[in-house]
Design a protein around this ligand. Structure first.
Ligand code: PLP
Length: 388
């Protein structure tokens, strides 16, 4: 299998089959595994032999999902987690110690802000934010205690990009562990490990599941870091359910096909939105008007499945637009087959202060569209009538 493309490997890999010779991977819905003998149990616990013991540590379904994610991202090892946030928290908690400092990009998922702001400081771990439009400044934010560089690109919901090559060099020059939240791009569009990332994280809830069915996450990366994090996850217990792992693993088989359609629909919608009179601006990585268009072309195979735009008339116009939608769903998720419209300022990023939102361009009139797999004509038609 080693010579095959990652897409093919994600489809053709099956690590376990039962005596029934099923074509699709079976579901191993079990909390523990049976030992052949007392001696086998001892050897398993002593790690003298390989095998599953208890599903908080490993399970054939989670193992398969982790293995596929490693291939897709070009990583050495992985850990499946119960949510995207547990992937982020476990990585930081597993790698950092009291007194350490994190340098993070300011444009981050809402709950990631909460971890940096409200949770890690309880254990004496502090952070600084670097601004995307001011990369020259980041070096001056690095302290002796800085251990991790934590990024999200493209960012949720602002769709700002960070140059991964630049970030990889910065991390290397200052001996920082580079952690990238690759949730928006997925490994099909962008592989941060190629640029020197040490850890890549995902909310599997989004494009990896792709069908809005379950919460989950995954951490992949260099073996030495994954080992440190796995000490934390094995004993603190954010294990992914085998059922969700089975579902996500199956979903990876269609990831490239789904992403192509998400991206093609999103580009067409972004182009359409740019022509609308009451739309003030549109942000989409592969739209020529994106301030980082050249970078997006360089590091992302396609522009992704999310489009952001600002409606003229601010908050009131935004809520009016959302309430007029007929086909699109109002929801706080993304990466679903169904197109979803979200108002970040009043929902996903409502815990931020006005200043914090303004700093990452989350305006009162900003709408995030997570473009689904429906016929693009129907998506455009609904948005057109709601813009009215
Ligand atoms: C949704 C999301 C998360 C959190 O994932 P959950 O599965 O909801 O815990 C983290 N980062 C990004 C970029 C996200 O979009």
């Amino acid at each position: 299998m080693t010579k095959k493309k990652p897409e093919t490997k994600a489809i053709r890999t099956q690590t376990e089959r039962s005596e029934q010779h099923e074509h699709s991977t079976p579901l191993f819905m079990t909390s523990s595994f049976v030992f052949d003998s007392a001696e086998h149990a001892r050897a398993l616990f002593a790690k003298e032999v390989e095998g599953n013991v208890y599903s908080r540590y490993s399970n054939p379904n989670t193992n398969e999902f982790e293995e596929k994610m490693c291939w897709l991202e070009g990583a050495e090892a992985g850990i499946a987690t119960a949510s995207g946030m547990s992937a982020i928290f476990s990585s930081l908690a597993g790698l950092l110690e009291q007194g350490d400092h994190v340098l993070a990009c300011r444009s981050l998922f809402g709950s990631s802000h909460q971890i940096l702001n409200g949770i890690l400081p309880k254990w004496g771990i502090n952070f600084s934010y670097g601004d995307i439009d001011n990369p020259e400044n980041w070096e001056s934010l690095i302290k002796e205690q800085t251990k991790v560089l934590f990024l999200e690109t493209p960012s949720n919901p602002g769709l700002d990009l960070i140059d991964l090559e630049w970030a990889g060099e910065l991390a290397e020059a200052h001996n920082l562990i580079l952690i990238v939240d690759n949730c928006f791009a997925t490994p099909y569009l962008q592989q941060p490990m190629k640029y020197g990332a040490d850890i890549v994280l995902h909310s599997a809830t989004k494009f990896i599941d792709g069908q809005g069915r379950g919460i989950g996450g995954v951490i992949v990366g260099k073996e030495k870091y994954i080992e440190e994090i796995s000490f934390f996850t094995r004993h603190s217990g954010p294990a992914l359910s085998p059922f969700n792992a089975w579902m996500f693993s199956k979903s990876l088989e269609t990831l490239p096909a789904r992403m192509d359609r998400h991206c093609d629909n999103a580009l067409e919608l972004a182009t359409f939105l740019e022509e609308q009179q009451n739309v003030e601006w549109v942000k989409y990585p592969h739209l020529k008007s994106h301030p980082q268009y050249d970078l997006a072309k360089k590091q992302m195979k396609k522009g992704g499945g999310v489009v952001a735009f600002n409606i003229s008339g601010g908050y009131q116009a935004a809520t009016k637009f959302l309430d007029k939608l007929e086909t699109l769903s109002l929801s706080a998720n993304l990466g679903d087959t169904r197109t979803i419209a979200t108002h970040p300022a009043s929902t996903t990023h409502s815990k931020l202060t006005d200043e914090e939102r303004a700093a990452v361009n989350i305006t009162p009139g900003m709408i995030r569209i997570a473009v689904g797999l429906e016929a693009i004509e129907d998506i455009k038609q609904d948005i057109d009538q709601a813009l009215g």
